[in-house]
Ligand binder design. Structure first.
Ligand code: PA5
Length: 480
């Protein structure tokens, strides 16, 4: 239904030339719907991008005028002719059948699930956000409750320098059997290196050097870096982050796959979702939701929008928003350009950010991610006293209320001058999350090339490190 979504809008926005567009819209809609019936294989998996709520700020002409630009950006990405083309390994990570490395991941995960109450994942940025995003999206933010040996709790470490967080983790690990994954592509990042030293010593004190060796897994560069050297010297089991895959594009490497397999997520289902995405979203036309999202966010940026709010009505989505934030923020925020990526959780944040979105500076737009409701629905009951006045909702499901909140919010924000893009993802499951990861990575690559920046470097991240190392007295940084 993606083109239907492009053109459908209940009422024209104030500056919209609605009449002129409608004839074109109707015949294009029929053409696309007809093509869908012929090409079910292609459209079956599609995440639907609804851009019907941006027309108050853009015109169809604006969008169609971008066709060549989007086509060129897409070709530059997949043909590997753009800047940063030595980091395109992620394009070909999805596989239908498990590779030898994936089989090793599955057997390491089985061992960890059997012998550990807790699995600690050490890493920062692209070396931790992906697995945490997928676990929380699929299993909820409270996924650790009630877990233990057989289905271990998963905690994350090395993603900051908070002593309180470290003290809490130490407490949580007391009297628990645990294993660790150390994830660092460079193998030299300070935060995970400090956590590694501490957790490794905890393991060695508890299980002895030989016992600890069975519980430490390193995920790093195939040959370079301190972590690779340590793992080789200590005899830890290792998995490879390919050299041509950057951190924020690495969730479909062992970076994501090992923690996700330990969490009990079917990683081959995820991989298959990513293969679906790779095959489906290679379409070179505006039928492709990748094109719609990449083009519209660039058009809105050119029209003065400075900030994109990526949001959902699922509390488990928060970390997924964090993953998206890094993906787009690090890929596009350079050369003085880029939309500032922000995430929000509705309806909770409607009671905090809602005022700002409705009536604050008009330099924002929203991208709303929707999933189908789960199979088990909650129905609101009747209360004979009805003191809360809620009996008008008797017999309605919580999901029904959520849907109305979503529709009401979109209408209010659009009327308030905030365009809303909706990504309708359908059923939420392991396969869908794989599709969504790959889909958004593609969107990001295409969008960044439209913006004319290198999507695969992050030179700005080094600045704070240089200052910190100088202040810490790290050898070699005295004269920075
Ligand atoms: O996307 C990136 O490249 C960064 O966020 C890195 O993943 C992050 O800085 C961690 O780096 P490393 O994996 O080398 O420890």
């Amino acid at each position: 239904m993606s083109l239907l979504y492009i053109f459908r809008r209940k009422k024209p926005a104030p500056n919209e030339n609605y009449g002129k567009k409608s004839f074109t819209c109707v015949w294009l809609w029929f053409a696309v719907e007809y093509s869908r019936t012929l090409r079910k294989d292609v459209f079956h998996y599609m995440i639907k991008v609804d851009i019907s709520n941006v027309w108050g700020q853009l015109t169809l002409g604006d969008l169609l005028a971008m066709e060549k630009e989007v086509a060129d950006a897409h070709t530059t990405l997949v043909d590997g002719t753009g800047e940063g083309n030595d980091f395109l390994g992620w394009l070909n990570l999805p596989v239908r059948e498990p590779t030898e490395e994936i089989k090793r991941i599955q057997s390491a995960a089985k061992k960890i699930r059997e012998n550990s109450d807790v699995f600690v994942v050490i890493g920062i940025g692209g070396s931790y956000l992906g697995p945490r995003a997928a676990i929380e999206l699929l299993q909820g933010p409270n996924h650790n409750i009630g877990k233990g040996k057989g289905n271990p709790q998963i905690f994350f470490a090395g993603n900051g320098l908070s002593t309180r967080h470290w003290n809490e983790l130490q407490g949580l690990l007391e009297d628990k059997d645990f294993s660790i994954a150390i994830i660092s592509k460079s193998g030299t990042t300070t935060e995970p290196a400090i956590a590694t030293r501490a957790l490794r010593w905890m393991l060695e004190r508890k299980y002895g050097t030989a016992g600890a060796k069975e519980r430490i897994f390193a995920i790093t560069d195939p040959c370079k870096g301190a972590l690779r050297q340590m793992a080789t010297e200590e005899g830890w089991e290792t998995f490879v982050i390919p050299q041509n895959v950057g951190g924020r594009y690495s969730v479909l490497t062992p970076v994501g796959l090992l923690p996700l397999a330990v969490a009990g997520i079917d990683i081959m289902e995820m991989m298959n979702g990513a293969v679906d995405a790779k095959e489906t979203y290679n379409l070179r036309s505006f039928e492709n939701p990748v094109w719609q999202y990449a083009a519209v966010r660039n058009l809105l940026y050119r029209n003065g929008k400075a900030m994109e709010i990526f949001e959902s009505y699922e509390p488990g989505f928060k970390m997924f928003g964090g993953w998206w934030q890094q993906l787009f923020g690090e890929s596009e925020g350079k050369d003085g350009k880029g939309l500032f990526p922000v995430t929000a959780e509705f309806t909770a944040d409607l009671h905090s950010l809602g005022q700002m979105i409705q009536q604050g500076q008009r330099n924002i737009f929203e991208t709303m991610v929707r999933f189908d409701p789960p199979a088990a629905l909650y129905t609101i009951g009747s209360d004979w006293k009805n003191l809360d006045g809620l009996n008008y909702l008797e017999g309605k499901t919580l999901d029904f209320v959520d849907e109305k909140a979503y529709l009401g919010t979109v209408a209010a924000h659009v009327d308030g001058g905030v365009p809303v893009i909706t990504m309708d993802c359908g059923e939420l499951n392991d396969r869908k999350v794989g599709e969504l990861f790959y889909f958004l990575e593609l969107c990001c690559g295409v969008s960044a090339y439209i913006l004319d920046v290198n999507p695969f470097n992050q030179p700005g991240v080094e600045f704070y490190k240089r200052n910190m190392f100088k202040l810490l007295g790290k050898p070699g940084y005295e004269n920075q």
